[in-house]
Each structure stands twice: as C-alpha cells, then as structure tokens.
Write a protein that binds this ligand. Structure first.
Ligand code: TRP
Length: 296
C-alpha cells in the first residue's frame, strides 16, 4: 500500500507523480484499462488535485463515459454481472473525485455529466451488482450536494433526481437509502428545493409517504428483536427522516398537512431509546412536533 500520510508542508500532488501519468495513459490507450481504473481510484484519497489531472488529461472523461455507457445494455433486462459492476464502479469512483473537487464540480455540472448516472439510479433489480451500482452512483450525487452549492441543487431540481432518490429509498439497501435521503435532505434544506417539493400536493405527498414508509420499517425493526439491522444504522436513517419532516414543516401548507399525516411512532416515543444519545435529533423532533401542534 502507498503511504497515506500527508506531509503538511508539502502536500503531494498528482501533477508531479509519474505513476499517475502512466495509469492515465494506460486508461486512454486502452491497453490495460481495467487495471488503470483501479489504480487511479486508489490514488483518490491521496491527492487533492487528482480531479484536475483527470479532467484536463486528453481523453480521460471520454473514456469514463464510454465505460458508463457500455454498461447500459446490461440494465434491462437486468443481467449485470459482479465483475462488470465492479469495473464501472471504479469508473464512477473517478467521476466522484471530479464531482467533489471545487474546481471541477461546476464544469462537471455544465457538461451535464450527472445525467449519465440516471439510468443506473433508475434500476430496480435487487441483485448485489445492481445495489452496488446504485450505491456508487448515489455517491457521486452525494459528493455534489455535500458542499451546499445552490447551483448544484438547481441542476438537480431540473433533472428529476427527487423521484429517483424516492424510489431508492423504497427499494434499496439501508446504505443506499441513507445516501438517497441525505441527498433529499440537502435538496429540502435549500429554499428553492423546499418550494419545488411543496409546490404541488402530489409532490409533497409522494415525499411524505416514502418518509412514512421508512418510519414504519424503522419502528418494526425496533419491535422485531431478531432484526439484523443494527441500531446505529437505523439511528442514522432515522436522523435524516426526522430532519426531512422537520424541514417540510417550515412550509406552511406542508405543516398543515403534516399535522394530520405525521406517523404515530414519531409522536408516541417509539424512538426514544434510539435517540437517547442524539440530542440534536431529539431537539429536531420536538421542534417538528411543536410546529405541527401549533396548527391544530
Ligand atoms: N415529474 C414529476 C413532477 O414534476 C417528478 C416527480 C415525481 C416529483 N415525484 C416527485 C418531484 C416527488 C418531486 C417530488 O412532479
């Protein structure tokens, strides 16, 4: 393994690492592309400027798109194998690197590159290869929204990511659900995002009913002693659900509707044990309940 330690005075630069250029060249000439995807992916954590090298090296972004598009034929009917899924996920990891970097993020958006992931996010197959593909694709979108840039939210609002996230919150693994709801929460926290979702009753209602199904699942996990879910991952999911409801209650119309449809387990202390060490979420839930009782 390469040394992960970063020298504080002289941050290592991808720009001055010969090996990076060898792998970039392997990637583009196609001789050893799969290995190059893997090796470049490993360097991701090590260099802040890898995104710049990827974006600006001739042919790299084209190759990454080629890798992505070549997987589309396996989505429907769903015949994606584990090795094809792994390979494209390595390409997606490099895309995530470009999406995370503040200097390349805007360029990534302007080129509409997130759209290439939407076919992956719209899959419904439950096999592990599809789960991994959805999770890794969500990771790219997650990296975009992490830094609260309104232009990212605006982009996402014009591209129907919300229904895709909602679908994943219904059908996917707990890990994918958590990333999907994280994205939804980031959208809701944005003023335009909140009004986008609350602009029709239908939109609000779709969001509220997916959140409500999640509450049902989380509360039946609590009641089911044999459940395999650990309380820490359920806690993480619950935290996002509470924050999404809370943010919805900032909208007056939504607040009125929530007074009637907020699921019972959020009102009756079902989650008090899960939340006992999480003061911030407890406070958030209390605020939500107080917001909606003001309505009655
Ligand atoms: N085209 C749908 C719309 O604009 C997209 C959509 C479906 C949606 N479900 C949603 C948007 C839920 C926001 C929330 O309404």
């Amino acid at each position: 393994m390469d040394c992960q330690h970063r020298d504080r005075d002289q941050p290592k630069q991808a720009l001055s690492d010969e090996q990076i250029y060898q792998w970039v060249s392997e990637l583009v000439t196609g001789a050893n592309r799969e290995r190059a995807l893997l090796e470049l992916g490993k360097k991701r954590e090590q260099y802040d400027d890898l995104a710049l090298v990827l974006w600006n090296s001739f042919g790299v972004m084209t190759v990454l798109l080629e890798e992505i598009i070549s997987v589309y034929p396996y989505l429907n009917p769903p015949v994606l194998t584990a090795s094809i899924s792994n390979r494209v996920c390595n390409a997606l990891a490099l895309l995530q690197c470009v999406a995370s970097n503040v200097q390349t993020r805007g360029l990534f958006l302007t080129a509409n590159l997130p759209l290439y992931l939407y076919p992956f996010l719209s899959t419904n197959a439950r096999q592990r290869s599809f789960e991994y593909l959805r999770l890794t694709s969500l990771g790219v979108i997650g990296a975009l929204v992490k830094n609260d840039t309104p232009e990212v939210i605006n982009f996402l609002l014009t591209t129907e990511i919300v229904p895709l996230c909602l679908n994943i919150m219904e059908i996917s693994s707990e890990l994918s659900k958590t990333v999907a709801i994280f994205i939804l929460q980031k959208i809701l926290l944005d003023d335009q995002g909140l009004s986008y979702i609350c602009t029709t009753y239908e939109r609000f209602h779709t969001v509220a009913s997916v959140l409500s199904k999640m509450i049902d699942q989380l509360s039946s996990n609590i009641n089911n002693q044999n459940s395999q879910q650990t309380s820490s991952s359920s806690g993480r999911l619950l935290k996002h659900v509470v924050r999404c409801y809370m943010r919805l209650s900032d909208n007056l119309e939504a607040r009125k509707a929530l007074a009637n449809i907020l699921p019972e387990p959020l009102r009756d202390g079902t989650f008090s044990i899960i939340l006992q060490d999480d003061v911030a979420t407890k406070r958030c839930l209390a605020q939500l309940l107080s917001n909606i009782t003001d309505q009655q």
